[in-house]
Design a protein around this ligand. Structure first.
Ligand SMILES: Cc1cc2nc3c(=O)[nH]c(=O)nc-3n(C[C@H](O)[C@H](O)[C@H](O)COP(=O)(O)OP(=O)(O)OC[C@H]3O[C@@H](n4cnc5c(N)ncnc54)[C@H](O)[C@@H]3O)c2cc1C
Length: 484
């Protein structure tokens, strides 16, 4: 066998690519993992990383079967983390604890939009009860680390003892060293093109021009998987495209403040994964995260987004963060978001070309589960049949009615306004809500008579013509295939 030929080539060295590479390697396959060592555009490096399963639940998620299934996958993934971390320790021979938080405290504060925040807080509780997952209500004043501004004070809190977080950077390092120690090949370059031969994938062409030969290539390059898919346009046009859920997070040194032991978070709001803070290293916390849908990957933070994040943090978490906290790092990441908002998992129409992305807000949480199930599929074994729903060649998943999407879009926009501390003069509340509603309703009607994008993409496309065009083109292509 030629030295540049492998059983499987994985493109992308984020949490998903690394986890899959290691899982396949443990099955004694020859695996190459391709990706530049500084991981440009990665989501994984900017992530918290909350192993956020119940804390991510929203009332709209639970309304539909695809949403409930996505939550169910997160439940299955969360159950695998203890064993996954043990295995990583065993392989590396170093017994370090990557876990940084002892459970999650979800707070409901006065900041967001009441309909949204209250409903999501209750949806989390409902789901915890349904899954018989331990949790306890707390008096918010018992959450000692919190010292919110009075106008942003929490009114309710609940502790979920089994919902932890890991140090994402250490996790990535540990995955990488485990992969190398078991004999995997790291190729510190970018892939630029997929080559195929007689309807089967044949090689990955690298930036340097070198060709890495394999009849199984997995695209796990996050949002940038789209660039590679576009090198096989006939295949790409049948798969929901990827855009970026660009996000900013910050590492802040907290000298003089009490030690933080848990994740503290709000429910998801303002199209983001809620405001959250969690311990990172000693004397340092992670604060996250913004989320803005962008047509392309972003690599530097917009000042507005930094201001928003930090304002939220010192108002809603601790007043003295502004005066005593020091920013040690600002992080930018690109969540891989498919045009219907759901993951892309499985083989494409081109034999041997696999895709594993579109995980949006919780890809890190899902990584042990998805790598295990994708490895089975790639090896030709039966995997969890629930993944079928997220196969990449599909009609757009439409979990909600158009009215429900528009309602969600309006509520998240109002939550964004309240979180940005707007003050609405009396008599204007109704007008603002009504105008958002009418704008999104008209926009959705003109965009497509049948399909409606998820709420965050709908709002993004009203402000950004590129996203609107991407959606328009995608829906037109889908209809062509549906009539063939
Ligand atoms: C601010 C923020 C906070 C988040 N918080 C959480 C959280 O708390 N919990 C959670 O579960 N999830 C969280 N997420 C989401 C999570 O990070 C993602 O779903 C997940 O990390 C995606 O992993 P990935 O490996 O698919 O992609 P990525 O992490 O994006 O990795 C893709 C990799 O591919 C590489 N690459 C790109 N192009 C090429 C190419 N052409 N050739 C080779 N390599 C290439 C990139 O450099 C990158 O290293 C967060 C995301 C962000 C941005």
């Amino acid at each position: 066998m030629k030295t540049n030929s492998y059983d499987v080539v994985i493109v992308g060295n984020g949490a998903l690519g690394l986890s899959l590479a290691l899982t396949l390697l443990k099955r004694k396959l020859r695996v190459a993992l391709v990706g530049e060592s500084h991981k440009p555009w990665a989501a994984s490096t900017a992530a918290g990383a909350m192993l956020g399963c119940f804390g991510e639940v929203t009332s709209t998620l639970l309304k539909s079967q695809p949403g409930r299934l996505k939550h169910e996958l997160a439940v299955r993934a969360t159950a695998l983390w203890d064993e996954w971390l043990h295995e990583l320790n065993d392989i590396s021979g170093v017994d370090d604890d990557l876990r940084v938080a002892d459970g999650t405290i979800v707070i409901n504060n006065t900041v967001g939009y009441s309909n949204l925040d209250d409903a999501n807080f209750e949806a989390i509780r409902h789901s915890l009860v349904e899954y018989n997952e331990p949790f306890e209500d707390m008096d918010p004043s018992e959450v000692k680390w919190l010292k919110a501004d009075s106008l942003s004070r929490p009114t309710k809190a609940m502790y979920i003892p089994k919902e932890h977080a890991v140090n994402s950077l250490k996790l990535l390092q540990k995955l990488e060293s485990a992969f190398i120690s078991l004999g995997g090949t790291l190729i510190a370059e970018s892939g630029v093109k997929i080559d195929s031969n007689a309807g089967r994938v044949h090689a990955l062409v690298l930036q340097s021009g070198e060709r890495i030969i394999s009849n199984k290539i997995v695209l796990a390059a996050g949002v940038k998987s789209q660039d590679l898919l576009d090198t096989v346009p006939d295949v790409a046009e049948r798969i929901p495209r990827l855009v970026s859920g660009y996000g900013v997070s910050a590492l802040v040194s907290t000298e003089g403040m009490p030690t933080l032991n848990n994740v503290i978070r709000t429910p998801n709001r303002a199209f983001a994964c809620g405001l959250h803070v969690l311990p990172r290293s000693e004397g340092e916390v992670y604060i996250g995260a913004t989320n803005v849908i962008s047509p392309k990957a972003v690599d530097t933070p917009l000042i507005d987004d930094v201001i928003f994040l930090l304002e939220c943090a010192h108002r809603q978490l601790r007043k003295d963060l502004a005066t005593n906290g020091r920013i040690t790092k600002l992080q930018v990441g690109n969540r891989p978001v498919s045009l219907d908002g759901f993951p892309l998992l499985g083989e494409t129409d081109l034999n041997g070309l696999w895709i594993m992305t579109g995980t949006y807000r919780d890809g890190l949480t899902l990584s042990p589960y998805l790598s295990r199930e994708m490895a089975k599929l790639i090896c030709g074994e039966a995997a969890d049949s629930d993944l079928e729903m997220f196969k990449p060649v599909r009609s757009p998943i439409q979990p909600l009615t158009r009215e429900e999407v528009i309602q969600e879009a309006v509520e998240h926009m109002l939550a964004t306004g309240y979180e940005s501390d707007w003050r609405i003069p009396s008599g204007w509340h109704h007008h603002i809500e009504h105008n958002f509603f009418t704008e999104y309703e008209n926009f959705a009607k003109n965009l497509d008579p049948v399909y409606t994008p998820p709420a965050d993409l709908l709002v993004a496309s009203t402000n950004n013509r590129s996203i609107m065009k991407i959606l328009y083109k995608y829906y037109s292509a889908v209809k062509q295939f549906e009539t063939v």
